[in-house]
Ligand binder design. Structure first.
Ligand SMILES: [Zn+2]
Length: 415
């Protein structure tokens, strides 16, 4: 099973927008592209919204059937580990092996020594085609890298072996993710991580490192854009070299866990993958849920009231809702509008405040991030919420499609 050159991870908390999401990808594919949709949902999300991995498969299959979509598509067990993978085995065909928590865990000395010995041919100046400066590789560096990543890659191989036994080799896509950590992995780290994965027989088709900068949920990139661009380009070159050097799958590509809406760096990524004719996987995360709230606000009446309730309730429970996402949100409390203020807002004012149009005078990334993590509120509303989605599916679907096509795909694929 091969992922294909371009793929887009789409999240859908409440499983009502599969068709609208797919419409956006189908629209882009009409221009000659071949982007594969990957519906992803993590264990954490399933717990919060009381859904099951099988629901994502049902939604994906139904959307594909409804639109007669003929391209490849996948269902991603996002950020799983050995403890959480089991319920995903049957219905997912893409597995994101999250081994971030194993970074820095100690490995037996013999394993470290064996790894360092296996890298002797890279000692000295390692030249990677396209990277203008040779990389200095010392034994100390190799020991440090082994100390950081040997245990994590070993964990990846254990999860992979489990899946191989359950599903059969070649019947699923393997992604290895290390993005949910503080410290970015450098291109040199990535090179040796890929060697470790190859040594352990993990046929990764995508790899998700932690990049420089902050990838907060639902808002733009913050960080050193030039540094990101340099790192991203070097990662692309390292992967190209590592594929040939270590015999990893030829289609191996970067996976950017974008947290959605990284509008500043999308065009940078686009130009680099175009320059080297490489593939890319981008996870856009669950901002489809924000488009639901925008659509409901625009629908007016009780739907607008529901959108206001979601914000107001989330405001009152800010600490509780933000806690699981503390590392990936930055909310300035002083810029959150009060419940009283929002109560007086029109449909347009609410939608414009929540919708991510850079430079729009009403756009408020603080409110946006709070609602983004506030999906638990909608989940607790149960059928009150989902009945509104059904009633207003047209306007909501239009928002979902426009968001993915106009704000994401256009920037990512220069459409
Ligand atoms: Zn991630």
């Amino acid at each position: 099973m091969q992922l294909g050159k371009f793929s887009l991870g789409i999240g859908d908390r409440f499983s009502h927008q599969g068709v609208a999401q797919l419409r956006a990808i189908a629209k882009a594919n009409k221009t000659g592209l071949d982007i594969s949709p990957v519906w992803n949902k993590s264990n954490r999300e399933h717990i919060y919204v009381h859904s099951h991995p099988a629901d994502v498969r049902k939604e994906a299959d139904a959307a594909v059937a409804a639109l007669g979509f003929t391209g490849k598509y996948f269902v991603d067990a996002d950020h799983i580990n050995l403890g959480t993978v089991a319920p995903f085995v049957e219905t997912a065909d893409f597995f994101t092996l999250d081994v971030a928590s194993f970074i820095g865990k100690e490995s037996p000395e013999a394993e470290v020594k064996a790894f360092v010995a296996s890298c002797s041919k890279y000692l000295g100046k390692l030249a990677i085609s396209g990277i203008d400066h040779p990389i200095e590789i010392t034994e100390d560096l190799l020991v440090t890298i082994a100390g950081k990543f040997l245990a994590a890659t070993k964990q990846a191989s254990e999860i992979y072996s489990f899946l191989k036994e359950k599903k059969g080799a070649g019947n699923f896509i393997t992604e290895v993710s290390m993005d949910e950590v503080e410290t970015p992995q450098t291109p040199v780290d990535l090179f040796f991580i890929l060697k470790m994965l190859a040594d352990k027989g993990v046929p990764a088709q995508t790899i998700a490192p932690k990049f420089t900068g902050r990838f907060n949920k639902g808002v733009d990139y913050t960080g050193n854009v030039e540094q990101f661009a340099k790192e991203f380009e070097e990662d692309v070159l390292v992967i190209d070299y590592a594929v040939k050097e270590f015999g990893l799958p030829a289609e191996l590509k970067l996976s950017v866990h974008s947290g959605s809406d990284k509008f500043t760096i999308y065009p940078i990524m686009a130009s680099i993958i175009k320059k080297y004719d490489k593939g890319l996987h981008v996870k856009t995360a669950g901002t489809t849920w924000l488009e639901e709230v925008i659509g409901l606000a625009l629908a007016g009446g009780d739907a607008l009231e529901a959108a206001k309730f979601i914000y107001t309730d989330a405001l009152g429970r800010k600490d509780e809702l933000c806690a699981p996402y503390a590392d990936v949100i930055d909310i300035d409390d002083s810029k959150l509008p009060s419940a009283e203020e929002v109560a007086g807002w029109s449909s347009e004012k609410f939608a414009n405040t929540l919708r991510h149009i850079p430079g729009h005078p009403d756009y408020n990334p603080n409110l946006r991030q709070l609602i983004h993590v506030g999906y638990k509120v909608a989940s607790e509303m149960g059928t009150t919420y989902t009945d509104l989605l059904k009633k207003h599916f047209e306007i909501v679907g239009t928002c979902v499609e426009e968001n993915i096509y106009d704000r994401h795909l256009k920037r990512l694929f220069s459409l």
